[in-house]
Design a protein around this ligand. Sequence first.
Ligand code: ADE
Length: 225
Amino acid sequence: MARVPVKLVDWNEIVEWSRGLAGRIKESGWTPDLIVAVSRGGFVPARLLCDFLDVSDLLAVQSQHWVEAARAAERAILKYPYRVDASGKNVLIVDDIVDTGETLMLARDFVEREWKPGQTRTAALQWISTVAKYKPDYYYIEVRDWTWFQYPWTRLEDITQFIERLAREDERLKHGIGVDALRAIFVEWYGVRPEDLGWYWDEALRRAVARGVLVVEDGVYRSRV
Ligand code: ADE
């Protein structure tokens, strides 16, 4: 078993899930006039929902997570709280996943309070029902066992962070190891094989080195953090 359960999601699954989500919205008989993506994770699903539901108006609000000083709790805030007149409009707020649920709740409360729409509803491709404090009005997949869904639009960012976490937390990287050992440790932690990541793996390693988190000398990788 991997220490961190990760599932690689590919573009075809994203299209299939977004189409399924659009189907649920249609079945409900409710029609959005305006779609609001929660940036950045909601962008691709929101754009696909515009296509599948024949909606032309797409806006975004950006959430940002930050760790409160001296506290473990992360809080979400909206970075650019601009105002829009959405009076009389049905607004659908879209994110990729509802994990804690905090982001989507925040976006919905903001839009309702500041944009004064007719009605708001929320949608996500996935909902982690065992941890979320919030259930979206529409979702396509209910997840029970917490997993990190590695969506195709954050592949480089996520793989780099996965490698950087190994550099910080795995003792074996403090001493220096060859690339084959590094690949094996990566599989141990994440259950994902570097060969399934193609060029993303090499690029993520280069990024971790460029950021000074790892050093490589004669094919030996060592943590610098
Ligand atoms: N963003 C927040 N929680 C996530 C998860 N479990 N997988 C992918 N992206 C996320």
